[in-house]
Design a protein around this ligand. Structure first.
Ligand code: CP3
Length: 333
């Protein structure tokens, strides 16, 4: 069984599997090299040869236990017909789209638009280097995708004031977005993804109605994925109460952010846990890195745990620090 599947399905504490969120990204010179020649980010994601090469770059360098596909959570809105662009030093910019346009968007057309993503997964499965490793597919959670679809740019710290003005529209959007997210999960599993991770990057923005916008739709996705006999990891970044989240949403594993106290969470949760280390620790020195990594490894020593970060790895991160991190985790007994 692949390492993360073993951790989840057998509650194994033997291995200390490791992978990093955003492991294929700008801190790698070999990624920047490809990226500089491919200005259109969506096109790059839809180029199976390049996206598989990018996915495998960190595996070749660091021998991580899992390959997360090189793609983006905004491929779902792209798939149902909303325009998505990434601007340098600004982030994503989405175009306007009506509810009716999404409601009328054909499921088969969605799958066809995103075919290269599914082909990428099959291609990764065929590579020898992924033998014995997990191939992680992913989606954005309904709430986070809703935020991008309506807000059209990253909300940074605040939502547009008029976000909830049209409640009927918001509710219907949430339903149709959830439908397309499920199709995207099913297609990734059919192509060979051995785990699905759900990124709810803006979970922390919501002050009320968490039940309606986060718990309920995410639980629906969790149940759907379990029905496909595939483990599902949730990352509700910034949510105040991880314990309540896990009780209601019931993911197979939860990724904690760096604000979560690991000592408390290990007492509160019975399910496998992933992540936690502040990515900024990788910007300090090796001594401090060791101290912080050992803290997490010791706290989770008797708990099914996958080593990861509390958010994506930062572009300024030095390669030698990632090498050191992997060494510390591998040497830990
Ligand atoms: O983890 C991985 O290595 C897999 C690939 C991956 C990407 N995006 C590639 C990417 C994953 C899992 C994502 C998820 C994603 N995308 C999230 C959830 C996680 C999080 O960071 O909160 C979100 C919110 C997005 C949307 C998104 N994509 C934003 C806001 C940006 C611009 C900001 C930035 O970091 O540049 C992206 C672009 C993006 N997606 C890049 C990569 C490697 C950077 C592209 C580049 O400029 O070279």
């Amino acid at each position: 069984m692949t390492p993360i599947n073993k951790c989840i399905r057998e509650n194994s504490t033997e291995l200390n599997p490791i992978w990093l969120m955003r492991q294929a990204g700008r801190y790698l010179p070999e990624f920047r090299e490809i990226r500089s020649k491919n200005k259109d980010f969506i096109k790059l994601c839809l180029n199976e040869n390049l996206s598989s090469e990018i996915t495998l770059q960190p595996i070749k360098r660091f021998n991580f236990d899992a390959a997360i596909i090189f793609s983006d959570i905004l491929m779902v809105p792209y798939g149902f017909g909303q325009s998505v662009k990434f601007e340098k030093n600004f982030g994503p910019k989405l175009g306007s789209i009506s509810l009716d346009a999404i409601l009328n968007f054909d499921e088969e057309k969605f799958t066809n638009k995103l075919k290269p993503v599914y082909n990428l997964i099959s291609k990764l499965r065929d590579e020898e280097i992924t033998n014995g490793k997990d191939v992680i597919g992913f989606v954005g959670a309904p709430w986070t995708i809703l935020v991008y679809v309506v807000n059209k740019i990253s909300p940074k710290k605040n939502l547009r004031e008029d976000f909830f003005n049209d409640k009927v529209l918001i509710n219907r959007l949430l339903l149709v977005i959830t439908k397309f997210i499920k199709i995207h999960i099913k297609n990734q599993v059919q192509a060979g993804a051995s785990i699905i991770q759900v990124f709810d990057s803006w979970a922390g923005l919501l002050k009320e109605d968490i039940e309606k916008f986060i718990f309920k739709p995410t639980h629906e996705i969790v149940e759907f994925t379990k029905g496909l006999n595939t483990p599902i990891i949730c990352f509700p970044r910034g949510i105040k109460n991880y314990t309540e989240f896990c009780k209601i949403v019931k993911p197979d594993m939860v990724n904690i952010d760096y604000d979560v106290d690991p000592i408390q969470i290990v007492k509160d949760l019975r399910i496998p846990i992933q992540g936690g280390l502040d990515p900024k620790v990788l910007l300090t020195d090796k001594h401090n890195l060791r101290k912080n990594v050992l803290k997490y490894l010791n706290i989770f020593n008797d708990h099914p745990y996958v080593f990861n970060l509390g958010h994506g790895i930062l572009p300024q991160t030095e390669i030698s620090m990632v090498e050191e991190l992997v060494k510390i985790v591998r040497d830990f007994k």
